[in-house]
Structure formats: C-alpha cells, structure tokens
Design a protein around this ligand. Sequence first.
Ligand SMILES: *Cc1c(COP(=O)(O)O)cnc(C)c1O
Length: 234
Amino acid sequence: MSSIAKRLETVRQRIRSAEAAAGREPGSVTLLAVSKMQPLQALQEAIAAGQRQFGENYLQEAGDKQDALDAEPDLCWHFIGPLQSNKTKPAAQRFDWVHSVDRLKLARRLDAQRPEHLPPLNICLQVNISGEDSKAGLTPEQTIELAPAMAEFTRLRLRGLMAIPAPCDDPDEQRKPFRALRELQQSLCERGLSLDTLSMGMSGDLEAAIAEGSTLVRVGTDVFGPRPAPDHSN
Ligand SMILES: *Cc1c(COP(=O)(O)O)cnc(C)c1O
C-alpha cells in the first residue's frame, strides 16, 4: 500500500470511530481529501485507494489537475478556498461544490455562469463562527439575513454551512464553534430552508466536528502528509 493509501485508511477509521462514538450512522460523514498544493501523483494515489471527493483552494492549480484527471470517472470537485468575484467562472464551470460563498455578489455570478448542461452548483455559506477579525465568512447574523436569498438561485443549490474555526488543541473547546454552526443551521431549517450539509472539521479537529454533527470533513495533512511550500499567486 502507498503511504497515502495507509493514511487514508487511518483517517477513514477515525471517521468511523467518531461516527460510532456520536451514535451516528456509519457513512453519514463524507471525507473530502484536501489536495491543495499536492502534486498530481498524490491525487492519483488517493484515487487508486478509492477516494473520489477532492477539495482544492486555487483555481489554476485545480484546473490543471482536473484536465489531467479528466478520464477518471465519478470524481467530485469541491472548491474550498477564498473566491474573488472576478474569478468565479472556472469555479462555476468545473466544480460540483463551492464551500466558500460569503456574499451575494459571488452567488449571483456563480448562478449566472453555471453551465446549463450541468446540474445546479452545490454551495455552502462560509460562516466566521469564531468571530475572528481576520477570517473570511459571514457573521451568524448576516447568514440568517442572506440565506433565504442564497436559496433562490435556480442554478445553485444551497446545501448548508461551512466554517474554519480558530485552531485549538482542547477537544472540549474545539466543539464549541462546531456546535454554534450546527445551531445556526438548525435555526435556518426552522425558518424553512432545507439544508443537509455541515462542512466542518479538518485534520486536527475532525472528531470534535463529527461529535457536533459534521456531514463533511475536509482533511488535507492527515491524508496527504505535509503540504509542500506554497508557490501560488492566483
Ligand atoms: C487546507 C484546508 C483544509 C485542510 O486542512 P488540514 O489541516 O491540512 O487538514 C480544510 N479546509 C480548508 C478550507 C482548507 O483551506
């Protein structure tokens, strides 16, 4: 087995244990392999080990990988990085999901640019759940205010919420922002939206996220190993 296949198996095991510990159905949490800055070969190894869902942060880099992996069946591409309003086109054309929608203008452009022959683009609203000044994302109040409009676009399908809480080592503390995101999702559902996705949890905190209801964990380092140094400008 390649080291990526081994790492993947370990992460899958962690997810299964966390699902069981939380009394959740086996398979209720999707593993998104975050392959940003990883070479094509790393994705190929993950694919050989059965992985199909990939998360990318940079459009140019992702496009190169998507071209190279065009013949692979059933891959699902998630855009999870910050998105500039003038660069939405490749996100709308080449991805199945965008997790980082945090303003109406982005949603409007993605909706307008989503090709007719593709199903609606799945989107999550990114929420700045720890209230950090430096972090991207909507405040919880803005999320409540904007979500109904985000759900109206015909070429988009609002699936849920995404957050990247401040890193923290204490498992009990890790759960707090995840719980807050789940409660925010619940209050949106009570207002009539139908949301089925909580995109939360990464290498260091996926157990806490699953305990609080995550349906999709985004794991980079623990699947692929440390990322090579960044060399991106796009
Ligand atoms: C890089 C990244 C991840 C993966 O982080 P790891 O700590 O390597 O698991 C998850 N989500 C987002 C939005 C990221 O940018």
